[in-house]
Ligand binder design. Sequence first.
Ligand code: PEP
Length: 265
Amino acid sequence: MVWVILDMNRKKMNRKKIIAGNWKMNKVIEESLSFINELKEAVRGINDNIEIVVSPPFTALSVINDAIKGSNILLAGQDVFWEDKGAYTGEISPMMLKDVGCKYTIIGHSERRQYCNETNETVNKKIKALLRNDLSVIICVGETIEEREDKRTFSVVGRQIRDGLKGLTQKDMEKVVIAYEPVWAIGTGKTATPSQANEMHLFIRDTIKEMFEDKIASSITIQYGGSVTPLNITELMLESEIDGALVGGASLDAGSFVQIIRGAV
Ligand code: PEP
């Protein structure tokens, strides 16, 4: 028993922790800049194997990229199109995100699945487009409340993982992060309990083990997302399979985002 716990802790310590803020459709350039200046000051010196990521709207990416130079903050896009270039009015390509300094891109967020016709197939195409442009991906998965109540959580999340990661190589998987975000917990103030979240993270790791190999499954970062706040981050992070958080509402205020980061280190 003791050995099992020690082994789990060792595996967890080898995984990269990531706290990412998803700003969604919030903050014009001036607001983005004042947030980032406050954040930069507050997180100076924090590393401890933790990555701090912000995901502003497309319109603020360029200025934020300039503002974070020399800091320990990384940039993420909130979506991408699956083609490299061409006649796709209104879309943003992986190369454009790379050009503007993004390391990560969030793909498959439940709001895009709900409002923008995102499917497991388009998620898969977008992931492949990012990977062939050498960008990393945060892929969001999670069940609705109806699916949970119907006892379909495992099948829905399993399908999102299998279809989303279809055709990826072991090497590709080094650039993939998963965010488990139960839809019923997003923006509702209703967090999954740490053990509910851990159970799903374990299931996701097992699914990845079946698709790839043990080494990938035990080293992949799996974030939890859904009403994460400074008050619940530490107990979530104590779970063996939770390696970070994707934060919406509480990432919009620099003070609370910093408290979440500090609660996770
Ligand atoms: C999100 O949108 O990814 C999210 C987790 O939102 P919130 O933290 O507000 O629940």
